[in-house]
Design a protein around this ligand. Sequence first.
Ligand SMILES: Cc1cc2nc3c(=O)[nH]c(=O)nc-3n(C[C@H](O)[C@H](O)[C@H](O)COP(=O)(O)OP(=O)(O)OC[C@H]3O[C@@H](n4cnc5c(N)ncnc54)[C@H](O)[C@@H]3O)c2cc1C
Length: 497
Amino acid sequence: MNMQTIKADIAIIGSGVGGSAVAHQLVGSGAKVLILERGDFLPKEPQNSDAEAVFLQARYKTRDTWTDAEGKSYRPGQYYYVGGHTKFYGTAMFRFRESDFREAVIGSESSPEWPISYEDLAPFYAKAEAIYGVRGQAGLDPTDPPREAFPHAPIPHEPVIARLAARLAAQGLHPFHMPSAIDYGGACVRCGTCDAFPCSIDAKGDAEIRVLRPLLKHSDLRLERRTEVTRLIADGPRIVAAEVRRDGEQLRVEARTFVLSAGAINSALILLRSACEAAPEGLANRSGVVGRHLMNHHLTGLMGVHPLRRNETKFPKTLSVNDFYHGLSDDPDARGNMQMLGNIRGEMIRSAYPATPRIVADWLGRHSVDVLAMSEDLPNPESRVRLRGDSVEIDYRPGGLPAHERFVAHVRGVLQRAGFPLVLRHRFGIEAPSHQCGTVRMGTDPRSSALDALCRAHDHPNLYVVDAGFFPSSAALNPALTIAAQALRVGAHLRTI
Ligand SMILES: Cc1cc2nc3c(=O)[nH]c(=O)nc-3n(C[C@H](O)[C@H](O)[C@H](O)COP(=O)(O)OP(=O)(O)OC[C@H]3O[C@@H](n4cnc5c(N)ncnc54)[C@H](O)[C@@H]3O)c2cc1C
């Protein structure tokens, strides 16, 4: 039987932040660019903003199942749509700090140096902020790297958040406006369903709306939806084709260059699944690092509850604090970022704790101010994504957790001093791998990394990986802007070859 073959100059696998940024750089260069995306456009429907549908019925989550290291199977918090995870993201668009690119020792573990510096990424951070329409205010965050003004003024705090900012400042902290990619003052109507919901009015600066939609008008870009890449095929060091499944049919895609951007976990899986006689451990895997060093940040949600005060805030994600980014004064290993979470709603509480009565969950949702404490997850080679036959095993081993716990205890005290007598906590685990990274790490040494500083596979001259799999370390800030910046940098390079 003859398999249908699609040909392109550059094939990009995945239409999330990474894949769409590379397309942005290449469309118009004369190259025929093809994006292969396993998902479809996310439908616009009333359920987009229905917390019951999004959280309790998990309407948009993949139906795939993975297993943990004990063999327990679960439905991961993975979302497969054009635009990738940004369809659900919280729009926090941070640059990593200069120190995040350097080696650091935290307790008995270490955070490796990147093969690039902040200066290498700075012009691409600026470009990514312009594309995504990021709002913020430079000069308030004491850890800010050198930078120019944000493309747009920050989103103002609503009253409850402004009060919290004042109470944090009274403690000697330096709260600042969280950089955010929302069309505030334009399409945004502050509907109150943003972080973890899809936006049905296109006000969220996601990869589909801000990057792909404008590009799709160009005849040199072709987007194939519902098209899942199962494996890549190498002939010698070169990747010659991708095997693809679309609506039950098998296709072959041939291109001169392949850019893998299926998300840190899925990109590693595609490389592992592509094992062949010449590369029995998988493609790009001479070093054995593919699928290892899986990180996800330590993410602890803290609900500051005040029984007498209702919180009517619609969009709380306007405030962040980085005073502890380089450690507490008496405990330098306990460190991280503090930022507002989206509104925690009763439905979210019940989806994590099903035994909670609806009335209690709804009351907590209405009377809390919700903060995320985020610390760096340190890379561990035994923290792995594996294939077990046809099934996927996530054997996640977080690094640096005790120091995160001490940081959380400190943030809890900050919230109590800010006027919240009761602070509840919830740790987000790997079952929702929202900040997944590290599984196809870049580095200068082909013996300990899969990719070079331009995200090109050491083993394959025409294969690049531009999702968060390339991160050597996770830093302690949201990943999307750094993925976009490095992918824009890679795209600029691809334009020249
Ligand atoms: C609820 C939530 C909130 C978040 N909030 C923030 C935030 O505020 N700020 C921030 O910086 N980050 C946030 N994140 C994380 C951020 O969204 C991700 O880091 C980022 O979107 C990852 O981009 P990516 O391009 O690496 O991968 P993805 O977004 O995962 O894109 C990969 C794409 O590849 C497709 N794909 C997968 N496998 C295949 C295959 N085999 N064949 C073809 N296509 C495939 C997928 O469908 C997807 O479209 C959040 C994530 C979640 C889930």
